[in-house]
Design a protein around this ligand. Structure first.
Ligand SMILES: Cc1cc2nc3c(=O)[nH]c(=O)nc-3n(C[C@H](O)[C@H](O)[C@H](O)COP(=O)(O)O)c2cc1C
Length: 202
């Protein structure tokens, strides 16, 4: 693992922004399976591996999932993607409560693996926690022990999103600039280092 791989990872993370508007270009089932395959490689609390996935990329499923989702709470005058900008696929992450009721942080680790993989493939996506669980359960005929945790919307991006420096602690609101690019404030490194061994400097 050399510097090149580190730089590649950092570039991918930098590109791994939440994307909420998509081109109307299909995402193949094989691609969705490749992305879920990445989650098998992840760390897992007690190695219980309690997370399972439902995939959607067919029109009737896409139409059924979309109304269950809530988009971009900070955009008060935008309700989500228009019909010509909707996601081309969904990956629903669910917990099998027969295995455990507490996924610890397996959910986040696996979502990150999927979104990084998606970024590497030129796809964009948005992790969605705000969704109607009942609708999702019905669409995918989930039995009682399968509890949906997150919906990941996916597709080829039809918008640009970039990182901007956070101006102050209260500056957490993403916004669209004059060129309709989404800007996402992130805290500087100096702000998130709580304590450091100054012997070696920063
Ligand atoms: C745990 C979690 C839940 C999220 N839920 C939603 C959601 O329900 N709807 C949405 O539009 N975006 C959702 N997002 C996306 C965040 O708004 C987004 O990550 C944040 O604004 C930072 O932008 P970035 O992903 O480009 O860094 C969620 C992200 C995370 C990590």
């Amino acid at each position: 693992m050399g510097m090149n791989e580190f730089e590649t990872l950092k570039t991918l993370l930098g590109r791994d922004r939440s994307i909420r508007r998509f081109r109307q270009q299909p995402v193949a089932t094989a691609t969705l399976l490749d992305l879920v395959e990445l989650t098998r490689l992840c760390a897992s609390g007690a190695n219980r591996q309690p997370l399972v996935y439902a995939l959607a990329n067919e029109p009737h499923l896409l139409d059924a999932v979309f109304p269950a989702l809530k988009w971009a709470g900070y955009y008060k005058d935008w309700d989500g993607p228009s019909e010509s900008e909707r996601p081309a696929a969904y990956i629903v992450q669910a917990l099998d409560t027969d295995i455990t009721k507490n996924p610890l942080c397996d959910d986040g680790i696996q979502l990150q693996a999927i979104t990084l993989g998606a970024a590497a493939l030129g796809l964009g996506g948005c992790i969605i926690k705000s969704f109607n669980a009942q609708t999702i359960r019905e669409v995918f005929a989930m039995p009682d022990n399968i509890v949906p945790l997150y919906v990941l919307a996916l597709g080829f991006p039809a918008e640009t999103s970039l990182l901007v420096p956070q101006r102050d602690r209260a500056d957490i609101f993403y916004y669209r600039d004059g060129e309709d690019r989404q800007c996402v404030p992130k805290r500087p490194l100096s702000d998130i280092i709580f304590s450091v061994n100054f012997e070696h400097g920063l």
